[in-house]
Design a protein around this ligand. Structure first.
Ligand code: KIV
Length: 263
């Protein structure tokens, strides 16, 4: 059994060993991916993957708590991060109240909040009140509607400077690590080098301190669309559909169940 990562071991990995983060939303998958990941993220991407919605904006705190509880049951030996959904950390008080609820009702080790320098006061308030925070800078899925789409960051000098400022202020506010999403690889590299905490990339190239992928993307379960940054490690959808068709054919032909499947 793998040793559960801690904030100290996660931070010590920087510059030594790339960190592996994968999302999970239920106990079954959490258990399957536990041995191959250093951290499990209960991402609000579950609103799309699990809930079939077009974006993450309508995910609720109650949903995140429900799924985080399930993941904690399935992966008892993993460092688990619960994504704070849209609208649950707009003020320091709300952020703390809602994060305390996550910590009290689940066994999550940390919360994740989207935003850079603009969220540093909130991150500081959480970390100084006993809540471990993973930051999230660059492309912010929760800003999808306000920014008019998913916008890759780091394309201009100003954006690069903003990302460096975001990373520094989030680090100074006490975050133990951060996700950097949808950022030009050379800029993501500079950001990772500019801070002492691990910077975990998604669509940000290889020169960061680790990678995170949504499990259903990397297992090829989501067929509608594959973002450019995703590598499919399995053609999951085809494998599952073939197996289901096989079952359906065998039920119809009465080949299943056989004697060994019968009491
Ligand atoms: O919600 C999520 O799954 C995420 C990852 C894409 C980092 O935030």
């Amino acid at each position: 059994m793998n040793k559960k990562m801690t904030i100290t071991s996660i931070q010590k990995a920087k510059g030594v060993q790339p960190l592996v983060m994968i999302t999970a939303y239920d106990a079954l998958f959490a258990k399957l991916l536990e041995s191959s990941s250093d951290m499990i993220l209960v991402g609000d991407s579950l609103n799309m993957t699990f809930g079939g919605k077009p974006d993450t904006l309508s995910a609720t705190l109650e949903q995140m708590i429900y799924h985080t509880k399930a993941v904690c049951e399935g992966a008892k030996n993993s460092f688990i991060i619960c994504d704070m959904p849209f609208g649950t950390y707009t003020s320091k008080d709300d952020a703390l109240k809602n994060s305390i609820k996550v910590f009290q009702e689940t066994k999550a080790d940390s919360v994740k909040i989207e935003g850079g320098a603009d969220k540093s006061e909130i991150v500081k308030h959480l970390t100084s009140n006993g809540i471990a925070v993973c930051g999230h800078i660059g492309l912010l899925p929760q800003a999808f509607r306000s920014e008019g789409g998913y916008k890759i960051k780091g394309k201009t000098k100003e954006q690069k400077q903003q990302l460096l400022t975001d990373a520094k202020t989030i680090e100074e506010a006490g975050a133990f690590c951060m996700v950097i999403e949808g950022v030009k690889p050379d800029v993501a590299r500079e950001v990772a080098l500019s801070v002492d905490i691990p910077v975990i990339g998604i669509g940000a190239g290889k020169d960061v301190d680790g990678q995170v992928l949504v499990f259903s993307d990397m297992l090829g379960l989501f067929e509608e669309f594959t973002p450019k940054f995703v590598k499919k490690y399995l053609d999951g959808a085809s494998l599952i559909k073939d197996a289901l068709q096989n079952y359906s054919d065998e039920v119809k032909s009465k080949e299943f169940p056989k004697e060994e499947h019968t009491y």
